[in-house]
Design a protein around this ligand. Structure first.
Ligand SMILES: Nc1ncnc2c1ncn2[C@@H]1O[C@H](COP(=O)(O)OP(=O)(O)OP(=O)(O)O)[C@@H](O)[C@H]1O
Ligand SMILES: [Mg+2]
Length: 210
């Protein structure tokens, strides 16, 4: 069983996008029972699920008010639990998620301002490890535009940070936005989403299933 939390201190970094795509990718792997706990009061994962036409899309449960209790109640029913957190590392839901998850993934846009902001997350991860010593945490570059000078510089800047960064970066792709509009994920788009699906599966292999 793996519990994966999408956390961060910036709005719009890609927590919900990665939560729904990773949960779907995990669910596809040998049809493993997977659920999303939406711990963000914005309820974006819940909204996505309300659109979803596919009956095989992972379920989403509202967990804004009582994440720990819901987790304790549901943990035995699922192989994977993905927690979509609010955009604040000080939010009670984020702190609770860091205390109970196996893997924390922190999406960051490839911009210096966003990388600097990860220092708050580093501290929160260090604190969470006092009660959750096996917590693994990774930065995940999201919305990467490859072959730009910035994208090369960002890789170097990542080496300066204490949190490790996943080798797999997620690129800026229309498929991530379009699929949500259709209540789907990049894994359900066939050839249109093939490249995006590959990077989601690579991310799963690298940081979750490893
Ligand atoms: N790799 C990507 N390629 C293209 N668009 C993306 C990508 N990742 C995220 N987006 C878009 O960026 C916007 C913000 O993403 P998302 O809602 O997942 O961020 P978030 O961290 O959950 O935001 P919040 O902090 O408000 O919950 C959305 O419009 C989403 O579709
Ligand atoms: Mg979100």
């Amino acid at each position: 069983m793996a519990v994966i939390a999408l956390v961060g201190n910036k709005g719009g970094a890609g927590k919900t996008t990665l939560a729904i795509n990773l949960a779907t990718g995990l669910a596809h792997r040998a049809a493993e029972p997977t659920i999303i706990l939406d711990a963000d009061p914005q309820g974006s994962s819940l909204q996505w699920r309300a659109f979803a036409e596919s009956e095989t899309a992972p379920g989403v449960i509202a967990a804004q008010a009582d994440l720990e209790r819901l987790y304790a109640r549901r943990r035995r029913d699922y192989r994977h639990i993905v927690i979509d957190c609010p955009p604040s590392v000080h939010a009670p839901q984020t702190l609770a998620a860091l205390r109970l998850c196996d893997v924390a993934l922190i999406p960051v846009q490839p911009s210096p301002l966003d990388l600097w902001a990860t220092v708050h997350i580093e501290r929160a991860v260090t604190q969470a490890r006092e009660v959750n010593p096996d917590l693994r945490a990774w930065l995940v570059i999201n919305q990467l535009e490859p072959r730009t000078k910035l994208s090369r510089l960002i890789r170097q800047a990542l080496d300066e940070l204490d949190l490790p960064a996943a080798q797999t970066a997620v690129r800026r792709r229309a498929a991530y936005r379009a699929s949500v509009l259709e209540g789907r994920t990049v894994l359900d788009l066939g050839r249109r989403g093939a490249e995006a699906a590959e990077e989601i599966n690579n991310l799963i292999s690298e940081v979750i299933a490893s």
